[in-house]
Design a protein around this ligand. Structure first.
Ligand SMILES: Nc1ncnc2c1ncn2[C@@H]1O[C@H](COP(=O)(O)OP(=O)(O)OP(=O)(O)O)[C@@H](O)[C@H]1O
Length: 222
């Protein structure tokens, strides 16, 4: 029986079909994914829940073209990731994806505006920088450096950086994992606003059941 089974009506934008992944070699094998299936229509927020070690990050990394599946199929929009080379995967990530992680990964000696602007040139059709910073609650903070910001503010900068190139799909791996519950709510509300305003499809991995409330779809790994 597959470890994750979830399908929705309508045309799927993200399609994951019976994906398997094993790490290690010889006698030390870890079955990270034993057959994950998932479909997410365009413009929806999908939350992927599961206990620690259930393979959530592995699945997100495979959808993000950061590592290959051992078996099964993944497609996002027109992109079928099967047997894609590194050059094609770079183009896929550049044109299709924004990434947000638990750690903010901002460049410490660049300002807020510069941290966001470095990704602007990855797209021929970027979002308006001022409108985006405003929407992310960063108006007035543009000239600050990351060490001068709270964790929640830094995460909002990383969300703005992921979005400036206007990607169709935003992949978030535990985006509120390092934040207190009030700040986490603010960051989740921002992701919801982004979804509504720009129609960005969102895939979010978490072990926090409360976050599932904001989702159009909930998928579980076990
Ligand atoms: N690069 C790797 N090499 C070997 N094993 C790995 C590797 N990456 C993940 N694993 C293993 O695969 C399984 C799934 O890991 P994964 O990080 O995807 O789980 P997760 O659900 O995201 O966990 P968490 O909620 O703790 O972040 C775990 O047993 C993990 O130890």
């Amino acid at each position: 029986m597959p470890e994750m089974e979830q399908a929705t009506q309508g045309t799927a934008f993200v399609k994951v079909q019976d994906v398997k992944k094993v790490y290690g070699a010889g006698g030390a094998l870890t079955q990270a994914l034993r057959g994950a299936t998932l479909e997410v229509p365009q413009g929806e927020v999908c939350v992927i829940l599961g206990a620690s070690g259930s393979g959530k990050s592995t699945l997100l990394n495979i959808i993000g073209g950061l590592e290959p599946a051992d078996a099964g199929g993944v497609s996002v929009g027109e992109w079928d990731l099967t047997d894609k080379g590194q050059r094609e995967l770079v183009e896929y990530r550049r044109s299709m994806l924004g990434f947000v992680f638990q750690s903010y990964n901002l460049i410490g000696n660049l300002t807020v505006r510069e941290n966001v602007a470095v990704c602007r040139y990855l797209s021929a059709d970027p979002l308006d920088e001022g409108a985006l910073l405003d929407a992310c609650g960063l108006a007035g903070l543009e000239r600050r450096y990351p060490p001068q910001l709270s964790g929640g503010q830094q995460q909002r900068v990383s969300i703005a950086r992921a979005l400036i190139k206007n990607p169709p799909l935003l992949l978030c791996d535990e985006p509120t994992g390092a934040l207190d519950s009030t700040t986490a709510k603010d960051v989740l509300a921002l992701i919801e606003r982004v979804n509504r305003r720009w129609g960005t499809t969102v895939l979010m991995v978490t072990h926090n059941e409360d976050i599932a409330r904001m989702a159009h779809l909930v998928a579980r790994l076990w």
